[in-house]
Design a protein around this ligand. Structure first.
Ligand code: ATP
Ligand code: MG
Length: 414
């Protein structure tokens, strides 16, 4: 993509209402725009990052047998009454339609997915199943001060699994624990992320969070460096301030962001919808459920909180909007042609390149923008590099740049 054609521009300053680092950097760089508190537009650059995160999640959910669907965001009140959450869920957006009809905007989808799968699963032969979607969720969050970490409208991957017994759920749950790790590894935040015990502090528990350590976090967790796990603040008292696994009391208190949450639901949602199956003996049994959430937009904000410096964002390779930021400092038409040719060669080879071809921007401006945008590899073409048959290459994460012979560079990428 040619930067000269991008409709967004970088900004020196954005709304002071945005206090979080993720919103400041993402808005200054032109990845997102704020409509109002907790509600953001994904701009061309931001949408590329979000799509990459969602595609990583999609691939990992497919790998553990998940079947993707897209459920409605507009829900009938009855389904939420059935589970008691019409009144119990304080963040639920409720609205009135024509007549006396009332609706909810989907804050979660147990109320839709449970009756949905019930229409197709009758016997033990129809189980297990795992169904997921990647979709926009709505929650009337009281505090929306953390940029895209806490949206009132935000992206969520929500997976629901359906089993004939607890052992089958337990087995699937442990596969999901690993699938989630693969997601965070590929998103570049594995190192900072801890499997966190939300209650009880043992592995047999019914709920776990994935918490990424950063000062921007709204949650407090207690990390056990021996087990490489953490305990949520809400339960720490129950465990006598000790790790539930090794009983270590030397726990590290840190701030963290909940980037994922997995639950063993049991019959909590199958019961209100009378979702049962017939077993081998033709006896009716309750369906056992699990649910597994990740917020792709929150993951995007978390990556920025973890990977930035005072100049801007430093995207991990797999989620970066582009692989190469090609910067042309060329002035003469011959040199500009050379830069254009290099851009064409790279894009023809399938490499994602943002090409700073802006004729009227100064070098310093281009470098500052490049640092802010955070594309992993910067490649500079100028009269000097062309004369020497080289390009200047600088990883975003390093202070050093080097001159690489053009033939060597092309051999590596094309
Ligand atoms: P929190 O405790 O942070 O409010 P939650 O426990 O209510 O989150 P879940 O219902 O478990 O969230 O949702 C699954 C995942 O969706 C979370 O782990 C998080 O990654 C993401 N998520 C939840 N709420 C938001 C939000 N308001 N904005 C962005 N992502 C969110
Ligand atoms: Mg949660």
């Amino acid at each position: 993509m040619r930067q000269s054609q991008l409709f967004t521009k970088t900004q020196k300053q954005v709304s002071e209402e945005e206090v979080s680092v993720n919103a400041q950097l993402l808005m200054r760089a032109g990845f997102v725009d704020r409509l109002f508190a907790g509600v953001y537009t994904m701009l061309p650059l931001g949408l590329r990052v979000l799509a990459k995160i969602e595609n990583i999640i999609r691939a990992e959910m497919n790998r553990v047998g998940g079947q993707e669907v897209l459920m409605p965001a507009l829900h009938p009140k009855e389904n939420w009454l059935a589970t008691g959450r019409w009144d119990a869920l304080d963040v639920l957006f409720k609205l009135n339609g024509s007549g006396d009809k009332e609706y909810a905007l989907g804050a979660s989808h147990e109320e839709v997915v449970t009756p949905l799968v019930k229409k197709f699963a009758f016997s033990y032969k129809d189980l297990p199943q795992a169904v997921y979607q990647i979709q926009t969720k709505f929650r009337n969050e009281a505090r929306a001060k953390s940029g895209i970490l806490r949206g009132r409208e935000f992206r969520m991957k929500d997976m629901y699994s359906f089993h004939h017994n607890q052992a089958d759920l337990d087995e699937y749950y442990s596969q999901m624990i690993e699938a989630y790790w693969r997601v965070y590894t590929r998103c570049g935040i594995r190192e900072q992320t801890y499997l966190t015990f939300a209650s009880g502090g043992t592995f047999s528990q019914y709920s776990h969070e994935y918490q990424t350590v950063t000062n921007a976090g709204e949650d407090l967790i207690y990390v056990c460096d021996q087990c490489q796990i953490a305990i949520n603040q809400e339960i720490i008292a129950d465990t006598n301030n000790a790790c539930g696994q090794c009983k270590n009391t030397d726990l590290r208190q840190v701030k963290a962001i909940e980037v994922g949450n997995i639950f063993k639901l049991g019959t909590k949602y199958s019961a209100p919808f009378n979702f049962t199956y017939t077993d081998e003996n033709n006896t009716s049994q309750p369906v056992i459920m699990g649910c597994y959430g990740i917020g792709p937009s929150r993951v995007m904000g978390t990556i920025v909180e973890v990977h930035h410096d005072d100049k801007g964002i430093i995207w991990p390779a797999e989620v970066a909007p582009f692989t190469i930021h090609l910067i042309s400092l060329c002035q003469t038409s011959n040199d500009v042609t050379m830069a254009n040719e290099l851009y064409k060669k790279l894009t023809d080879a399938g490499i994602e390149v943002l090409y700073d071809d802006r004729p009227d921007a100064r070098a310093g401006e281009k470098f500052a923008d490049s640092d802010l945008l955070g594309i992993p590899l910067r490649v500079i073409v100028s009269a000097k590099t062309i004369a020497a048959h080289t390009v200047e290459v600088k990883p975003r994460s390093s202070a050093e740049s080097s001159l690489t012979p053009l033939t060597e560079f092309l051999a590596r990428y094309v």
